[in-house]
Design a protein around this ligand. Structure first.
Ligand code: 13P
Length: 287
């Protein structure tokens, strides 16, 4: 069932668990995540970066593919298709294309401009029942060419953006996209607690879910995080499983080359990763 992410995250926040956002890049990725969500009876958010959207031949292709899969695979758990780190222009494009949720990442604008643009996106998205995520304080690391300095968000700015009526808010608290460096200081729970205090009951979003230790994930959820984004970990497990298959020469066995068999171990690996995260985030049986 394709839905906006507002209701599922409100429920997650109240129930003290988090819904996973798993980024998709192709049909295999989307299928693996949808099947796992159904098996775990968990709500799920499919994240689409601008680059992944372009790769998959545009946002209308993504919407058509995901809607077709929901129908053909009999997916009954709540599913949101969400633009990840959208620019202003692309936020408008996905709203047109039929996404059910959008992140407008205005964190690189001065706060006044971030506020103006966020307000506009909220008004257009909400008129169509589409949920909106905003960001304050950039997330560190690089994702799809978007580089963030990893600054920690200012709780007062978080409140300003939250008060505009966004549905959920991503706030930088020392989290980084991709692998964490050995000297990473960990999440800044003092700032998270302050942000929660001034924005509650707004669901908070934790980006850079790959490589955050389980105890930190649980603590973040206890402090108001209701959506956790995971991308790199699925990429790594997919690549490792596919590499193993190729190195064993299995792609060359038999009569012909079957791309479906080549990708199958990667799909299974993504399923395992997603299931593990849903268990850790506490979203199993919360559909
Ligand atoms: P990771 O790639 O670190 O899992 O982060 C994903 C993310 O935050 C997508 O917005």
């Amino acid at each position: 069932m394709l839905v906006s992410a507002a209701e599922m995250l409100k429920k997650a926040k109240e129930g003290k668990y988090a819904v996973g956002q798993f980024n998709i890049n192709n049909l295999e990725w989307a299928k693996a995540i949808l099947l796992t969500a159904q098996e775990c009876n968990s709500p799920v958010i499919l994240g689409v970066s601008e680059g992944a959207g372009k790769y998959m031949c545009g946002y209308t292709t993504v919407v058509g593919m995901v809607k077709g899969m929901i129908n053909e695979l009999g997916i009954t758990v709540p599913v949101a298709i969400h633009l990840d780190h959208g620019s202003y222009e692309h936020a408008l494009k996905v709203i047109e294309a039929g996404f059910s949720s959008v992140m407008f990442d205005g964190s690189h604008y001065p706060i006044d401009e971030n506020i103006e643009k966020t307000k506009e996106i909220i008004s257009i998205a909400h008129s169509k029942g589409i949920s909106v995520e905003a960001e304050v304080g950039s997330i560190g690391g690089e994702e799809d060419g978007v580089v963030g300095g990893g600054e920690v968000a200012d709780p007062a700015e978080c409140k300003m953006i939250a008060d505009l009526g966004v549905d959920f808010l991503a706030a930088g608290i020392g989290n980084i996209h991709g692998k964490y460096p050995a000297n990473w200081k960990g999440l800044n729970f003092d700032v998270l607690a302050e942000i929660e205090k001034v924005t509650s009951p707004m669901p908070l979003v934790l980006h850079g879910g790959t490589g955050i230790p389980a105890d930190m994930i649980k603590k973040a959820i206890s402090l108001g995080v209701a959506k956790i984004n995971v991308n790199t970990e699925c990429q790594l497990s997919f690549a490792a499983a596919t590499r193993k298959y190729v190195e064993a020469g299995k792609d060359l066995e038999g009569k012909g080359f079957d791309p479906r068999k080549l990708l199958a171990p990667g799909v299974e690996a993504i399923k395992e990763t997603v299931k593990e995260k849903m268990e850790l985030f506490g979203s199993v049986n919360k559909a």
